[in-house]
Design a protein around this ligand. Structure first.
Ligand SMILES: NC(=O)c1ccc[n+]([C@@H]2O[C@H](COP(=O)([O-])OP(=O)(O)OC[C@H]3O[C@@H](n4cnc5c(N)ncnc54)[C@H](O)[C@@H]3O)[C@@H](O)[C@H]2O)c1
Length: 482
């Protein structure tokens, strides 16, 4: 431990650190402890059990799926997955039984057989233990993602988990260790990687049109306050509002980070090396909740809680000397943005603020030229399934492209586009940004979850070679998703 660290810890122990640094009191929440960082180094030094990057599991003709968490996201997933042939939803689980009943109705509307039902706080365990499931698909609150994925893999199932895959560094390693030891896939469902412009830029990056990618940016900037975080009828048990207390950093890094990480071949030729992170204070959430509490006692318990700073900005530097800026803000009033900027030695791409733009010089190319690039460089997956995905809906189609690709890979025994190392590396920003914020934006090393594999791992396969055999059932326009 160096002297500065010792001094810092001593200041905290004396209770003067917060005053001395001028940080708000919740900055004491450190996200990742020294013990966790030490354990992380041990995991890293122990070496890989087996390389899951590029791993092809045995083919599964009909993928039997159990869905856990049937709220806003999970109930839509049931509809989307039901369109895919060679897939059966055999089990449904939610803490609240009425949500299971509602998803059974979706299955019925889609002409699918009834699924087995699980409910209660721990119903997911019985689902994971059952013998007739190949894939456990988990759109639950964040704290359940790793426990469910790990339990599913230990019980012989592949795991697909909503974002972020884990909340702590220990959890990131638990996913990696379990996936390697069980040789079960653990895919984080980062749907933004499958959006149309993101797919275009990924393929263009791969073809070298941007030259060497030097810098990228991504974000999740979405005002969730009024309609979501502070809406009693949105997230179950107000879980997402609670996550915004006592965790001060980038709590939701993967939508912005995933697509640019793929363009930069992170974990497959390069890797994240270290980060620095800075958060503003909270200027809106506590004010808003005080106003709500003045009219409704329900909100009283949420007043004067340690809300995270509104905007978090994290900067990552890769081993090859490239940088990525990632932002997260869900509580200020501004238009939605995931940024998606890719900037290279020969060109750049940017989406948000719209329109989508590409440049090979000082100006963005004209609309017609962009249309030409779309035609020429949209990768095979977009040409194969993109139009159908738009008809199904779900964030403009990207959700369905992701689901279809996952099932098609499992059915054809192909490696998945996102492996457990991506899940861990993209999610670890959540705990590590908090550690940096709590230490006055100090540098934090990012673990190498591939344990050296990044130097030889192959980039994500953008062909559909060996796959594309999975059919889609006829679309029901009246059931189109948002
Ligand atoms: N990729 C995307 O675009 C996207 C979009 C929205 C949400 N999400 C993610 O999806 C997940 C769910 O979000 P949401 O908006 O649907 O939240 P939600 O609150 O609407 O749904 C969560 C569901 O999980 C259930 N649940 C809670 N505890 C459970 C338990 N012990 N066992 C079984 N079920 C349990 C809840 O009852 C609820 O139905 C989150 O991880 C979120 O980050 C991703």
């Amino acid at each position: 431990m160096d002297n500065n660290r010792r001094k810092f810890l001593r200041r905290l122990a004396l209770g003067s650190g917060v005053l001395a640094t001028g940080l708000p009191s919740f900055a004491k929440v450190i996200g990742t402890t020294d013990e966790q960082m030490d354990r992380s180094s041990d995991y890293e030094n122990n070496g890989q059990h087996f390389n899951m990057c590029g791993y092809a599991a045995p083919k599964i003709d009909t993928v039997r799926v159990g869905v856990i968490g049937l709220g806003q996201r999970g109930s839509e997933a049931v509809g989307r997955l039901s369109y895919i042939d060679g897939l059966e939803i055999v089990a449904l689980c939610d803490k609240y039984p009425d949500r299971v009943t509602a998803s059974q109705k979706t299955l019925e509307k889609m002409g699918r057989p009834k699924a087995r039902e699980y409910s209660g706080d721990e119903g997911w365990k019985a689902l994971c233990e059952s013998k007739d499931i190949d894939l456990v698909y988990t759109p639950t609150p964040w704290h359940l993602h790793t426990p469910i994925a790990v339990y599913a893999m230990k019980n012989g199932k592949h795991a697909a988990t909503e974002v972020p895959a884990s909340k702590t560094i220990d959890e990131c390693w638990e996913l990696v260790e379990t996936s390697e030891k069980t040789r079960k896939h653990c895919m984080m469902l980062e749907n933004c990687c499958y959006d149309f412009f993101e797919q275009l830029t990924l393929n263009m990056a791969r073809q070298g049109l941007f030259g060497e990618i030097i810098h990228a940016e991504g974000a999740y900037i979405h005002d969730l306050t009024k309609d979501w975080l502070f809406n009693k009828n949105a997230y179950a048990d107000m879980w997402r509002l609670k996550e915004n207390m006592g965790h001060n950093g980038n709590l939701y890094p993967t939508h912005g980070l995933g697509p640019v990480a793929q363009c930069m071949n992170i974990n497959r030729g390069d890797k994240f090396d270290h980060l620095v992170s800075m958060s503003t204070n909270d200027f809106t959430m506590n004010t808003m909740v005080k106003e709500l509490a003045a009219k409704d006692n329900f909100f009283t318990e949420y007043v004067d809680r340690p809300y995270r700073g509104n905007m978090n900005t994290t900067l990552i530097r890769s081993n090859k000397g490239k940088t990525i800026m990632v932002q997260h803000d869900v509580s200020t009033i501004r238009p939605y943005s995931r940024i998606h900027l890719v900037s290279g030695s020969k060109g750049a791409a940017q989406k948000w603020p719209g329109p989508e733009r590409i440049a090979f010089g000082h100006s963005w190319v004209k609309k017609e030229e962009l249309e030409g690039l779309y035609k020429k460089y949209s990768p095979p997956i977009v040409n194969h399934i993109g139009a159908i995905a738009k008809d199904v809906g779900g964030h403009g189609g990207m959700d369905f492209i992701m689901d279809w690709r996952l099932i098609d890979c499992l059915r054809n025994g192909l490696p998945l586009d996102q492996d457990v190392y991506d899940a861990a590396a993209w999610s670890c920003l959540m705990p590590l940004s908090q550690r940096s914020v709590s230490k006055k934006s100090t540098t934090v090393d990012i673990p190498d979850f591939t344990r050296g594999g990044w130097q030889t791992n192959k980039p994500v396969d953008l062909t559909l070679d060996g796959g594309a055999s999975t059919k889609v059932r006829s679309i029901k326009p009246d059931l189109k998703m948002k």
